[in-house]
Each structure stands twice: as C-alpha cells, then as structure tokens.
Design a protein around this ligand. Structure first.
Ligand SMILES: [Zn+2]
Length: 424
C-alpha cells in the first residue's frame, strides 16, 4: 500500500458480513464466505507462492463466525501475541466493538466449521472491496497534454541500463505516460536484446523473435512501404497483442524525410467520449473483428473491442488498426452508431496536434505500451537506409519488473492489477 494506513475503530457483524469501520470513518464490508475463503493460516496455505490448499468446494457457503475478536496491540514493535487487549463482540452475528485508534489490530474469527482465522488490519485494508475504495484504486494514468506532447519522457540509455533508480523511473514513465524515449544506445545489432531481457521475456511470434524493419522491398511486410503509415496499435488480431514494444534505431536516412509518430490512444478515446458518448459506448461494448492471414503460415482472427473499459468506465486498453479490420459482426441496431464512433476515432488518430513526431536517430530507442499508444510514421525517403530493430514483451512481465525493481529499492508499491480489463 502506498496510501496512509488506517486502523480499525469498530467492527460489526451484520447480515452475513463483518463491517469494519476504519479510522478515517469509511466502512468496509467483508462477507463471511469471503473471509473464510481467504483464511491466511498455515493449514489453508499461501496464495502468493501458489501454495493455497484451501478449496472452496470444501467450504459451506453458509459458514458463519461463532466468535469475533479484535486483538489490539499497543504498537507495531515489541508487541506480543500473548498480551493483546482483546475486545469481543457481545453477541457474535450482531454485536459491535470499539477500540483504541492507535496501534495494530487483528481480526480473530472462530468459524462454525471449527476453523480459526486471523486477519491483520493491514491485510484487510489492502484487500478491502467496498465500492469507494475500489474506485479509488483504479489505475487512471494522466492523459497526454501539451507539455508531454512537446517534451515526452526521455532518458539516457546508459543510465537506465546501469541504475535501478533510473530503470524504475523509465518503467514509471511507461506506466504513466505509455512511452519513454532513450538516447545514446550503441547503434548496432545486439544492443537491444539484453536490455529488453531486463524488463521481461521477449515474445516470439510468427514474425520472429527479433524483428528487423529495414527498408527493403523484397520482404512481404507492411513495414516496407515507403508511404506514410497511419497511427495504429500493433497486431490487434492476436488474442494477446504485443504488450510493450521497443524500437531501436540502428540506421536512418538522415537526409530524407521520415519520422515516427506516436499518439495517446487513451486521450483520443476520452475526446471521443466527450464528443459522442454513444459512439464511444458502441466501440467499448461491441467487438471488432480483426484478421491477419498469410496463406500456409498463419490465419489469426480475433474479436475484441476497440476501446476496453473497466467496470467503472476507466479506459484501460485500445486496439485500433483498420487495415486488419474484418467485416463487423455486431447487432444490427449498433451498426450505424458504431461506424459513427469508429470514423470519428480514426479521424482523431490523424490529428497532428495530438501527435509526437520524432525522427529516430541511430542509437535512439522508443519504448511504448501497445495497448495505449498508437504509432506510425510519415512518408519515408528511399534515398538511404532505415533499419529499426524491434522486440516486444508482455505487459504482465513489464508490471512484474516494475514491482520487483521497486522492492529492490525499498520503495512502497502495490499489487493491483494495473489497467484491468485490457485482456478480458
Ligand atoms: Zn485457515
């Protein structure tokens, strides 16, 4: 938890729930079955290391406390389990207790099935699920504004590659703004891969493990076009599209035209929501069909919303790439409104005022979240050579590295699944 810790000031047992009142006045319900199912004792096992032995199928859904006690300790240091000041509910199932607001407390429950559980106030506060708390815990990254468009996050490759502090700073830029540029890497083959391995495992696909985007007409890839490539997210036709993408510029035709473009898909979607709430909802509630077919090799087809939102309406993922859109197969009443929303969204993806244009120079690396950031390029000159090396990792590995790096630096972090819903 990164937020202020609250202590338990009151517990009340009511209608199948323990109601915990916190020192800030907020109240969290904890259902009996939820508490029993999440018992932390040695017999029930530890879920974080995959050793949970308790099975829901062995529990009664009607399990109830026969005794609820708050064990209160004077402070978090030097207290012992043997001498808590115990405060009990008068009548299990209906009573309530009040306790001192200072110190640590534990909720001790004896259950109707004979089991006993203990929950610390810290644990309960971390996993509370009252609606206001859940809303406050949703990940809502800042949308791009003028300062970010003009000065996007940029760091030195050597610093990020050699210092955990700088690595964490870069990971946080990507988490919060979806993108970070690195300067000063060596402009040669073999530099990107060991760096990418520090952040996650390289995802291999039918396109390969390490991809070289070289201007070369002999390869059947869209990347060899020299005309402009409209901004898009990559490979929405996969069940799990690339998570974090990394482009390393090894060579470029510095005399010719050709810049990379980046946009904040979350920002564009919010603009759409303001302008046309119905069109926005149509793109969030219906599934777009995407397909990529190379005869004899792959035929990837998936259906997924263009805009992913969580249950509170927060945007948590974007898949937009009309070059690989297959015929829409949604309810007939939605077709017109869907097309209206999609057309406006695609218009927004062409707005140069909301675009970062950057000529990647040899040694530059661009790292971005493919579920948020759209990328593309302007028309490229063929006078010289352009060589970008490209790798991708899963978003889950990215967030894991962010947490583990924070742990190494002793920086508080949480275990929330960020950007919920983008894969669901
Ligand atoms: Zn247990």
């Amino acid at each position: 938890m990164t937020e202020k810790e609250h202590t338990i000031v009151k517990i009340q047992s009511l209608e199948g729930k323990v109601l915990v009142t916190w020192s800030d006045g907020s109240v969290s319900p904890f259902h009996f079955i939820w508490l029993r199912d999440n018992c932390r004792c040695a017999d029930c096992g530890e879920p974080t290391i995959g050793r949970r032995t308790l099975r829901l199928t062995d529990l009664s859904l009607d399990v109830r406390p026969t005794d609820i006690t708050v064990n209160h300790y004077a402070n978090r240091h030097g207290s012992s389990r043997e001498s808590p000041s115990c405060l009990k509910t008068d009548q299990p199932g209906t009573g309530q207790v009040g306790i001192d607001q200072s110190g640590i407390s534990q909720l001790a429950i004896k259950w109707s099935d004979g089991h006993e559980s203990i929950f610390s106030d810290h644990w309960l506060q971390t996993y509370r699920y009252d609606r206001p708390f859940r809303i406050s815990q949703c990940f809502k990254p800042p949308l791009w504004d003028r300062p970010i468009l003009e000065h996007p996050p940029e760091m030195l490759f050597d610093e990020v590659n050699s210092s955990d502090d700088s690595l964490l700073e870069m990971l946080c830029h990507i988490r919060d703004h979806g993108l970070c540029f690195l300067k000063g890497a060596e402009a040669k083959d073999g530099v990107l891969e060991p760096f990418v391995n520090k952040i996650g495992y390289i995802q291999e696909t039918n396109f390969g493990r390490v991809q070289d985007l070289v201007i070369d007409r002999t390869k059947p890839s869209i990347a060899n076009d020299v005309t402009a490539l409209k901004t898009h997210t990559d490979e929405p036709y996969r069940a799990s599209p690339p998570g974090i993408l990394m482009f390393h510029c090894i060579a470029t035709d510095v005399n010719g035209a050709g810049s990379s473009t980046f946009m904040d898909g979350f920002q564009l979607a919010e603009i759409l929501r303001q302008e046309d709430p119905e069109g926005f909802q149509a793109l969030a509630q219906n599934r777009q069909t995407y397909r990529r077919h190379f005869a004899g090799d792959v035929d990837l087809v998936t259906e997924f919303p263009v805009i992913s939102i969580d249950e509170f309406g927060n945007i948590c993922g974007i898949r937009i790439n009309d070059r690989v859109a297959s015929p829409l197969n949604i309810d007939e009443t939605q077709i017109e409104i869907y097309y209206r929303g999609l057309k406006r969204f695609l218009q927004l993806t062409e707005d140069p005022d909301r675009m970062i244009l950057r000529i990647l120079q040899p040694g530059d690396i661009a790292i971005f979240d493919n579920h948020r950031i759209l990328h593309g390029r302007t028309t490229i000159s063929m006078k010289g050579k352009r060589w970008l090396q490209w790798m991708q990792i899963e978003r889950g590995d990215f967030y894991s590295t962010l947490r583990i790096t924070a742990d190494r630096l002793n920086i508080p972090r949480d275990a929330n699944p960020l950007l919920r819903g983008a894969y669901s």
